[in-house]
Design a protein around this ligand. Sequence first.
Ligand SMILES: CC(=O)[C@@H](O)[C@H](O)COP(=O)(O)O
Ligand SMILES: NCC(=O)COP(=O)(O)O
Length: 249
Amino acid sequence: MSALPPLRLGVNIDHVATVRNARGGALPDPLRAAAIAAAAGADGITAHLREDRRHIVDADIDGLMRELKIPLNLEMAATPEMLAIALRHQPHAACIVPEKREERTTEGGLDAAGQHNQLKPLVARLRDAGIRVSLFIEADSRQLEAAVALGAPVVELHTGSYCEAEGEAQKAELLRLQKAAALCAKFGLECHAGHGLSYADVGPVAAIPQVRELNIGHFLIGEAIFVGLDAAIREMRRLMDQARAGIAA
Ligand SMILES: CC(=O)[C@@H](O)[C@H](O)COP(=O)(O)O
Ligand SMILES: NCC(=O)COP(=O)(O)O
């Protein structure tokens, strides 16, 4: 197999802000986490400005745009408020994610097919502003076709079901991701993946040749409590590169 394109690691710093907000103070500072992640080899930072600001808040996005030396991928719901914020900040990328106030975390992919009319103008506005638009969707051909119809150049495949499954069920979920990633190449979509990934399950997803970027957060921030953020990121990077080397050989 010819040399694969590099696999980027986006570090999601949401849950540094979760710990900070637990006491309502300024520490731990998500901006410090972003700087450590960049120094540890992260290719980008992902931050999810939720409508309820349960973790990342507007001032965090202001600070990241002011200080970050690597690309920011702003995760956002498809709302007029978030569109205005994205257009004001002009981050490198914006990833449109579904949001429910009562959810503990993202529970599934965006229904790009069912929300075509709502999403079309929003995707166009972001693209016209030069922001790389991705849609956080299920590994499903109908959603991939919808992403093409919407003019989104990138999709991020939801890996939550894969991470939660075990045994034969996890193999089936991995096959779903592999097939969707192959369809991305056929459709001309750049393929990313994320949600729930850990050391234990990142390898097979990193080994999908069409996947160009993984966005990983919760596990890394949790691991950082025990080994430090730099070491956690470097180990994730090592596992990703090891998996990638295995298919490039
Ligand atoms: C879309 C996704 O899977 C995550 O990037 C998202 O940020 C999860 O939401 P929380 O970070 O609030 O758990
Ligand atoms: N889009 C996925 C992401 O940014 C991180 O998800 P998680 O690793 O925090 O579950």
